[in-house]
Design a protein around this ligand. Structure first.
Ligand code: DGT
Ligand code: MG
Length: 608
């Protein structure tokens, strides 16, 4: 893992925790870019392979590492020590990103929180899964899979050893599945917290896994020579520590809290001490879609406007591919420049952003596209921002240009879309309070941001994963090709996220249908779900057939109503009977338009 991503997680490690209750797995793909190339072209496997970006070997396969090839070596140096090094360009990140997303998606199939960190790393919190497995396992027969940092001398009373052994079995299962289905070997670290899981992960490389037990956390930490090895400690903190002669992790363990407090805030001092002891209580946060999608290109110097325009043109082309893959419509564009001050021998970044009209983007057969004219418009916006950043009457020297789309309009799957009621990971609390909870839609998700690397084209997308709106998980209600049986829907609080995810085409269809059904104002003809998910199962029919909508207001589409789970039907009926008891609209169709944006009731739009 490179420093970029370690810094990414830095802000998230906090305070002391001697609680061993969690089971965390960290998985890192071996020589990631090189493996993607080797999966694509198996003949590369037997060769020493380097992935080149500009004049740097950003990574290499383990065959090349035998010759001493290291990450971020100059190509010229690499060829000196390994003249047969096969070099493949790694400038186009498309396939790496796609592989990264596949791994993330695969890891989600264990139904545990997965936090993506950079392109090739994921944290998985398997605490609940371990508990589930323990119910069916014979505790005495549980063995550890893979290596252990240090054998425990005695059993910890809280049972963490057994739990981590089960977690190591799960990690092994995950790694095998990644290999069997996607062809990538990986390393895993297993521990009771993220910090230790991440740090122990590369203990045995490649293609292996290691567990560290809580009582060895502090000892394990002393194996790191530099305080900089701790993910939370960035260059500035490290400098401050080193200036106090706190160089190794052992030094940090030994220094008193009072001494640290003289140089850092109280909170920071406590945090540094706990990290040095291998303690960390930060949660694994389910990853979501990136807040921004960007690319940067760095170079020696560019001082001519036409050259800058060329660089931006190339970046824009690549950025549009990323945006198309993402699927959301951008509404804001940011231009970044790194200016070199030749007199002071320093450089600094400056950015400007502007709004982008969503009409520049069109959707053709479900794919986001930009016409030639649209691209020209974007280019003129970019150059306008550039002109604001640079005084062209004076010489300028740039060492980096960057482009990013920083805000998005949710397409189809926005929070007002019925798709939200059908997608995996979306929680419907109850008909009565959907509106409150749905307001915390995708926009309020947590995202991990990657920071730029130094000298090559950099992918700045801050996470590249499927949407996963963060909402209370009282009920996870999904509809796909089968619907829930009466038993399954009997109590919304017991509903589970099924293997019922709509694929993107289905989502499109449902969304389009939603639009057209709104145009039709839900005439009694059909419900959106029924129209599109035509092969919904018999269980769905059972629910529908059993529905009684005699008490429904006249504007309600009975078919739509009957397709709702029993409990929702009951709640709706109760509200219609006693409108004052809730915030939902009264039975007057006119009032429906005043319904809060995310109630199910808005789908009962009266026919105009
Ligand atoms: P590993 O995990 O040691 O077996 O090897 P990698 O190649 O998976 O290394 P890792 O996990 O640090 O980084 C994942 C990918 O990210 C790597 O294949 C290439 C890319 N990468 C790593 N460090 C840098 C860097 O400093 N600059 C650029 N541009 N890309 C990097
Ligand atoms: Mg890796």
């Amino acid at each position: 893992m490179d420093d970029r991503n370690m810094e990414t997680s830095s802000s998230t490690f906090t305070e002391v925790s001697s609680d061993h209750s969690k089971s965390i797995i960290h998985i890192d793909v071996d020589c990631f870019y090189a493996q993607v190339e080797m999966v694509r072209k198996p003949e590369l496997r037997s060769l020493p392979l380097g992935i080149q970006q500009k004049n740097i070997v950003v990574t290499s396969n383990y065959e090349a590492r035998k010759f001493g090839i290291r990450k971020c070596m100059l190509v010229s140096d690499a060829l000196k020590i390994c003249p047969n090094l096969k070099l493949v360009s790694g400038e186009d990140l498309h396939d790496y990103r796609a592989a990264s997303n596949k791994i993330f998606t695969l890891l989600q199939s264990w139904k545990c929180p997965v936090e993506k960190l950079g392109m090739d790393e994921n944290f998985i919190d398997v605490t609940n899964l371990v508990q589930e497995k323990l119910k069916t396992l014979n505790v005495t027969s549980i063995t550890l899979s893979g290596h252990v940092f240090s054998e425990p001398s005695s059993e910890c009373l809280c049972g963490c050893h057994t739990r981590l052994k089960v977690a190591s079995q799960i990690a092994n299962e995950m790694r095998h599945k990644i290999y069997d289905e996607l062809g990538f070997t990986t390393c895993a670290g297993i521990a009771h917290n993220k910090l230790l899981a991440k740090l122990v992960c590369p203990f045995k490389k490649p293609n292996d896994q290691t567990t560290v037990f809580p009582e060895h956390g502090a000892t394990f930490m002393t194996t790191f020579q530099s305080v900089r090895s701790i993910p939370s400690i960035g260059s500035k903190t490290a400098e401050a520590l080193i200036s106090q002669k706190i160089i190794t992790v052992s030094d940090l363990q030994e220094v008193s809290l009072d001494v640290l407090k003289k140089h850092f805030s109280g909170d920071m001092a406590v945090r540094l001490k706990s990290l040095s002891a291998g303690e960390d209580n930060t949660p694994v946060k389910q990853s979501g879609r990136p807040q921004s999608i960007g690319l940067e290109d760095s170079f020696k110097t560019v001082s001519v406007k036409s050259e800058v325009e060329e660089k931006f043109g190339a970046l824009l082309q690549r950025l549009l591919i990323l945006v198309r893959e993402d699927g959301r419509i951008p509404v804001s564009l940011r231009v970044t420049l790194r200016k070199k001050d030749v007199k002071r021998l320093s450089s600094h970044r400056e950015s400007r952003q502007c709004q982008v009209s969503p009409s520049i983007f069109t959707i053709n057969s479900g794919t986001l596209t930009v016409t030639e004219a649209g691209q020209q418009k974007l280019m003129s916006m970019i150059m306008r921002l550039f002109n604001k950043l640079i005084d062209l009457s004076k010489p300028f020297h740039l060492t980096l240009v960057g482009l990013a789309f920083t805000k998005f309009q949710e397409r189809m799957t926005g929070r007002s879309s019925i798709v939200n009621y059908l997608m995996n990971d979306i929680s419907v609390q109850s008909v009565l309070n959907i509106q409150n909870d749905c307001d915390t839609s995708a926009s309020s998700m947590d995202y991990s941001a990657a920071s730029p690397s130094s000298s090559t084209t950099t992918d700045l997308s801050d996470g590249e994963v499927e949407p996963s709106p963060k909402k209370p998980k009282k009920v996870n209600w999904i509809a796909k090709r089968r619907c829930l049986s009466k038993e399954e829907v009997a109590s919304p609080s017991k509903l589970k996220v099924g293997e019922l995810r709509l694929n993107s085409k289905e989502l499109e269809k449902v969304s389009e249908l939603r639009l057209s059904s709104r145009d039709r104002s839900l005439t009694p003809r059909a419900s959106p779900a029924k129209d599109n998910l035509s092969d919904t199962s018999d269980t769905m029919k059972d629910v529908a057939d059993g529905a009684n909508c005699d008490d429904c207001p006249s504007y309600v589409d009975k078919e739509v109503f009957s397709a709702l789970p029993d409990e929702m039907q009951q709640e709706l009926k109760a509200m219609w009977k006693n409108p004052s008891s809730s915030e939902v609209p009264r039975s007057s169709p006119r009032n429906l338009n005043k319904a809060k944006p995310n109630t199910l009731l808005k789908y009962f739009v009266p026919h105009k």
